[in-house]
Design a protein around this ligand. Structure first.
Ligand code: RIB
Ligand code: CA
Length: 314
């Protein structure tokens, strides 16, 4: 039985790969996508998400647009590295069939979860503004959420600051609400995604798949590699993380990551550490463990999953 998922995205290049994996995997049923301010303005995230679904031949996948700015902090200007890694609009044609659905994403999330059998996994891979707003607006959705699988966070090193990963850093108040909501949480942070890189050789293999998803993923990852090599080089040149896709793959095959069940909270008050996911590996806080936090990933398994799934067509 496929796992039902909703992806909450700030579609940029790795969100785009995650959307294609979620849409094409036989192990998942993508109920829909909600867009949120993050890598670029939310209307661009929406346009990019529609381009992806149109490109892979699934234009009827529901897309709803969400929050355009963080809960409590001023809108942060885009980071230069992010614009080179993502850009504002994806290198795909504008949609011809896919259409934005009416209604705010937060309301659609609430209505969909309340009407569900409690079997829809939430997969936020951008800032957590939509998810936090939905929880605050209608707490009754919580009992309907079996798990929240988040791409975000960092223990060892950040990417937006020394302390913080972008999705958490852009809206730390929202992240803190979600992390402490009481539902099962699996967090795929930079500590895992930076250990599962996709290379230029892999892009050649993706393109050779001869599928729309393979071609698009090759384009997006090549752009990511260019951006990473230029602005935040990984431990090997010519390769880049595809953060959001690893989060989705961890639902299909949990063995692709290695997690620790620990207390995790989000710093919202620090000057140098705001947006840090504070991981209490030694249980010093006396608080209960609330997050399955991934500290490692299996790169060959991840890449093989991408090849298998993106080699499919709708
Ligand atoms: O830090 C990586 C995360 O920030 C990814 O989700 C990427 O798409 C950006 O949103
Ligand atoms: Ca993202």
């Amino acid at each position: 039985m496929p796992t039902k998922v909703i992806l909450d995205v700030d579609t940029g290049t790795d969100d785009a790969v995650a959307l294609m994996v979620a849409a094409l995997s036989p192990d998942l049923e993508l109920i829909g996508a909600t867009t949120v301010n993050g890598n670029t303005a939310v209307h661009n995230c929406t346009e990019n998400t529609l381009r992806v679904f149109d490109w892979i031949g699934l234009p009827l996948t529901p897309v709803h647009q969400g929050m355009s700015r963080p809960l409590a902090r001023p809108q942060m200007t885009q980071l230069n590295p992010a614009s080179r890694i993502h850009g504002d609009l994806l290198d795909l044609p504008p949609p011809t069939s896919a259409r934005l659905q009416p209604g705010h994403a937060v309301d659609w999330l609430i209505d969909t979860l309340l009407a569900s059998d409690g079997d829809v996994t939430l997969v936020p891979v951008g800032p957590l503004t939509n998810i936090a707003t939905a929880i605050q607006k209608e707490p009754a959705i919580l009992e309907k959420i079996p798990e929240i699988v988040i791409m975000g966070g960092a223990h060892d090193h950040g990417n937006s600051t020394a302390s913080a990963e972008f999705n958490i850093w852009l809206d730390p108040e929202a992240a803190r609400i979600v992390v402490n909501c009481g539902r099962p949480i699996r967090m795929i942070p930079l500590d895992a995604t930076h250990r599962a890189l996709v290379s230029l050789d892999d892009c050649r293999t993706l393109r050779a798949l001869g599928t729309p998803a393979g071609e698009a993923a090759a384009r997006f990852v090549e752009k990511r590699i260019d951006g990473y090599d230029a602005t935040q080089p990984m431990h090997r040149a010519g390769a880049a993380p595809v953060h959001d896709a690893l989060a989705v793959c961890s639902i299909i095959d949990p063995s692709v990551i290695r997690t620790h069940l620990i207390p995790v909270d989000v710093e919202t008050g620090g000057e140098l550490s705001v947006g840090r996911t504070v991981c209490d590996f030694r249980f010093r806080s006396g608080r209960p463990a609330n997050v399955h936090f991934a500290m490692d990933a299996d790169e060959p398994t991840f890449v093989a999953m991408l090849m298998e799934i993106l080699g499919r067509t709708a």
